[in-house]
Design a protein around this ligand. Structure first.
Ligand code: HEC
Ligand code: HEC
Ligand code: HEC
Ligand code: HEC
Ligand code: HEC
Length: 261
């Protein structure tokens, strides 16, 4: 107790340079920073990274001590320690111009610079998701916040055009999903054979995954995910879903003739 409060005092006095043992305990980060940066800690604990136990504790991004704590958290590699398994979220960024530039040039970037005012040539994960020290990674879903991030590097008219085009893309994708849901609901109401309904339900699940690829393709600016894994995949799955329902109808009308398509 005595030792740790001494260490905490040393950390306070030494500030960013401190790497005292007290800083290693997760409770230490939150306990001390709650008084120093109440808004930051509140935003983090309400976010998808907060919770009890926290899904992404302070030290998961910043490391166990203060030396280089901010620079470590800014690197995309830090986010990928946990998000690397999410194929779609990572692929969509990688295939974007932002991701390509980061991969070609990022090794030479000085991560000690803040994530604001276009201090980097292109945004890595944290530039958008922890912009200007924000600690809610989902905040960039708000179009006004997104716009503020883009304006660091792009002109206002370009940003308006890209954000509007993205919203329109997503609206079209959602219409396709809604059409599929309505068709399946009608088929269920009509009491089609269980096998046909199960096949249609599988195609609907595939469409939900395609819509996520489209949504993240829009958010992360991957044309490949907007068009190929997104719209084209949705079109294909919608056709297959309708086909499964049609076959179900024929089966019901002529039960002996399943093999006849
Ligand atoms: C005893 C209090 C205390 C504890 C415990 C503590 N910090 Fe800090 N931290 C500070 C102070 C004070 C500063 C401000 C230093 C400065 O501005 O020079 C700071 C600064 C920081 C910064 C900003 C560094 C920068 O370069 O701008 C980060 C990030 C940080 N702390 C993360 C953590 C993490 C993660 C933990 C737990 C592993 C932790 N802190 C534990 C007091 C503490
Ligand atoms: C998901 C990763 C992540 C987590 C978790 C995280 N941070 Fe950060 N934090 C960052 C990033 C990235 C920056 C740099 C922001 C910038 O450059 O504008 C940062 C910056 C900071 C700063 C400096 C703020 C400033 O405006 O200079 C402090 C202090 C800090 N974090 C404390 C904490 C504390 C305390 C926790 C836990 C309650 C925490 N962070 C959790 C990623 C994270
Ligand atoms: C310790 C593991 C861990 C680290 C490190 C981490 N995350 Fe997360 N993150 C999670 C978990 C767990 C969730 C909640 C479940 C999910 O959405 O996958 C999450 C959620 C998110 C979300 C969804 C937010 C929402 O409101 O829906 C975003 C965006 C995100 N993280 C971005 C980042 C970025 C950017 C970094 C690096 C600066 C990062 N994460 C670092 C584990 C982590
Ligand atoms: C150009 C800004 C930008 C960059 C760079 C960026 N993101 Fe995102 N990200 C977004 C936006 C905007 C959303 C919100 C998408 C939505 O829900 O419409 C998002 C959503 C997410 C989600 C939520 C997934 C879900 O299913 O809702 C995760 C996780 C995520 N990003 C992780 C990352 C990771 C990891 C990186 C780096 C490899 C990254 N992001 C780079 C802007 C960005
Ligand atoms: C840190 C700087 C930076 C930020 C922040 C940033 N971008 Fe970019 N963006 C770039 C650079 C650099 C390019 C590559 C420009 C080129 O084509 O030469 C680019 C390219 C793009 C492209 C691809 C253009 C093409 O010709 O293929 C789109 C779309 C885009 N950005 C949208 C956005 C949106 C939307 C945001 C905000 C959510 C954003 N960017 C945030 C720097 C940034």
């Amino acid at each position: 107790m005595r030792r740790s409060s001494m260490a905490a005092l040393a950390a306070l006095l030494l500030g960013a340079a401190a790497s005292a043992p007290a800083v290693r305990a997760e409770g230490g980060c939150v306990g001390c920073h709650r008084t120093r940066d109440p808004a930051l800690v509140a935003a983090w604990s309400r976010s998808a990274h907060g919770g009890s136990p926290p899904r992404a504790p302070c030290a998961a991004c910043h490391g166990p001590d203060h030396a280089g704590a901010a620079a470590r958290a800014r690197r995309s590699a830090t986010c990928l320690e946990c998000h690397g398994g999410d194929g779609v979220a990572v692929r969509t960024h990688r295939l974007s111009k932002h991701g390509v530039i980061e991969r070609l040039e990022g090794l030479g970037w000085d991560w000690a610079r803040p994530l604001a005012r276009g201090a980097y040539r292109a945004p890595g994960c944290a530039y958008c998701h922890a912009h200007a020290g924000g600690h809610d990674p989902g905040a960039v879903r708000d179009p006004d916040r997104a716009r503020a991030v883009c304006l660091d590097c792009h002109g206002p008219r370009y940003v308006t055009r890209i954000l509007e085009a993205g919203a329109a893309q997503l609206a079209v994708g959602r219409l396709k999903l809604a059409e599929a849901e309505a068709a399946l609901a009608r088929a269920r109401g009509a009491g089609l054979p269980a096998a046909a309904l199960a096949a249609a339900a599988r195609h609907l699940e595939a469409m939900r995954a395609d819509l996520r690829a489209l949504r993240l393709g829009v958010a992360h600016h991957s044309p490949d995910d907007q068009w190929w894994h997104g719209q084209a995949a949705l079109d294909g799955a919608l056709l297959r879903l309708k086909g499964a329902i049609e076959r179900g109808r024929r089966q019901r009308a002529a039960p002996g003739a399943e093999g006849t398509r």
